[in-house]
Design a protein around this ligand. Structure first.
Ligand code: ZN
Length: 275
């Protein structure tokens, strides 16, 4: 069982029904004071106003999603993704986020060069590392499930994330985001969580539905799928993590269609039993 004070809910969970402001007000109404920010929503309200709304409601901001996506083989596109990530870091500092959620990016335009994409992603993160250090914002690199390797993230495992952290050599600034949806299947998970130790900067929770219809946009509510979430939470706590447990549900056909107040009530209930 997890202490409700550690509950954070990513505002993307209410993507279709609530604006930035409505999501912050809604969470506060339900006594949830930790959230993660979805950049397109922040851009709708504007960064300065968004920061003010968060502050006024006493919100602790975990992550700002997303930076990175720096795999393009085209030098100009790659550079513009790096520059954009610098902006995300600035925005994260403005809203008081602990970290930028960094996705590596997938393969671009039918490329078959997965190793090249990995090299460019790692180089892109290395490029923005000094900016993050200076801004006092962490870069939370998040491996995604390998089924998303082509579309979204050539960074696919905790082991690879640890290797990247070894390479980058700045554990103060680079952390690892552990998302149950991305890592639950991995036979090396326990060992790699132990290896990550204090690198772990976030825990995202949600479930893998056994009849999943979409690899990205059909995440399940905790308890509805096959992931042993408490065992992953115990492992990250065993590695020293004591931060928020963040519910993050991308669900086009189910949870995004429901009344967000109802979604929060269900999250709080499931959080007690299934996290
Ligand atoms: Zn996540």
């Amino acid at each position: 069982m997890t202490d409700e004070a550690r509950l954070a809910i990513h505002q993307v969970t209410f993507l279709r029904h609530w604006s930035f402001r409505e999501s912050v007000e809604g969470l506060a109404r339900h006594g949830v004071r930790k959230t993660a920010v979805w950049r397109p929503k922040l851009q709708e309200i504007g960064v300065a106003e968004g920061a003010r709304v968060l502050r006024d409601h006493g919100m602790e901001v975990t992550g700002l999603s997303v930076g990175g996506l720096v795999t393009s083989p085209d030098a100009r596109d790659w550079q513009s993704a790096v520059d954009d990530t610098r902006k995300v870091i600035e925005e994260a500092a403005m809203v008081g986020a602990d970290h930028v959620v960094m996705l590596s990016g997938g393969l671009v335009d039918g490329s078959k060069d997965v190793q090249g994409a990995r090299d460019r992603a790692l180089e892109g993160i290395a490029q923005v590392l000094p900016d993050a250090r200076q801004a006092g914002v962490k870069l939370g690199i998040e491996p995604l499930h390998p089924m998303l390797c082509e579309k979204r993230a050539v960074l696919c495992t905790m082991g690879q994330a640890n290797d990247w952290c070894d390479f980058l050599g700045d554990d103060q600034t680079v952390g690892i985001v552990v998302d149950t949806y991305a890592v639950w299947w991995d036979p090396s998970l326990q060992a790699e969580i132990k290896r990550a130790g204090p690198r772990i900067c976030a825990l995202h929770v949600n479930d893998w539905l056994s009849d999943t219809r979409d690899l990205r946009l059909d995440r399940g509510m905790m308890g509805d799928g096959v992931i042993d979430i408490p065992s992953i939470r115990s492992a990250v706590e065993g590695a020293g993590y004591r931060g928020p447990c963040e519910v993050e549900i991308f669900s086009e056909r189910d949870w995004w269609q429901r009344d967000p107040d109802e979604v929060i009530r269900i999250i709080k209930d499931r959080f007690r039993t299934w996290v």
